[in-house]
Design a protein around this ligand. Sequence first.
Ligand SMILES: [Zn+2]
Length: 274
Amino acid sequence: MRVVWLWAVLAGLLAVLTGPRAMDEDLGRRARALIGEHPEIWSGARTFPGERSLVVGAPGAAVADLADLARRADRASALVARVVGPVRPLVLVPATTAQAAVLAAPASVNGLAAVAGADRVIVEPRSFARLSGVGRDVVLAHEITHIATGAALDGGTPKWLVEGFADYVGYRDAGVPARRAAAELAGEVRAGRLPVALPGRDAFAAGSARLAQAYEEAWLACRYVAGRFGERALSTLYRESRGGDVRAALSRTLRMSPAEFTAAWREYVRDQLG
Ligand SMILES: [Zn+2]
């Protein structure tokens, strides 16, 4: 009886310290481990548990901001769970861009609002703060999709499929018209320049001249697959492409050759953005 009472007090105390909800044990363990990896960044950190996520904020972070992020991360995780599968991310919000770079390394945060690791989203605080509410939701769903698909440890799947699928989930319920979500590519298409080939790996490198267009091309390729063949076919195509043989995956999943797929995608791009 006494032990139970003591536990209740401790659990209540933990809830007061961490927010309104009890912290998921696994998420809590992972958070403590990562705080221990970088005490120079996280000493005095604030955590805020969501229902499906846990936000770790820099010391001094406003609780209202962390709560807002936990709500958005929960919503994004629920969306990702519907399309991909269950996921429980940590969302890290360091105080500075330099700290985000340390946490994301060897991945680059250059020009990005957030980056996904194996089980965590690392927020680049300056870029993220400039996003609208819808933009934040899209970015979180994009990065949490990467976590659910294991993108950080996947070198085989073509980059256009990895990024396009993440943007497909990101924009799925956002209600943003294609011409606005793919504004840079739409400008090119209206000027009579239709992309010729799906973007290669280099097109997604930080500092690439057509970085925005590469993401938009990839997004529309995946949106085309989901629209014509269904969301399940898109997921199957992703899974089947893991080994790197996209020709075989396209053939098995969509009964299309790479040339047929490229032609259909170009037509879709013209139709959606022209
Ligand atoms: Zn991505």
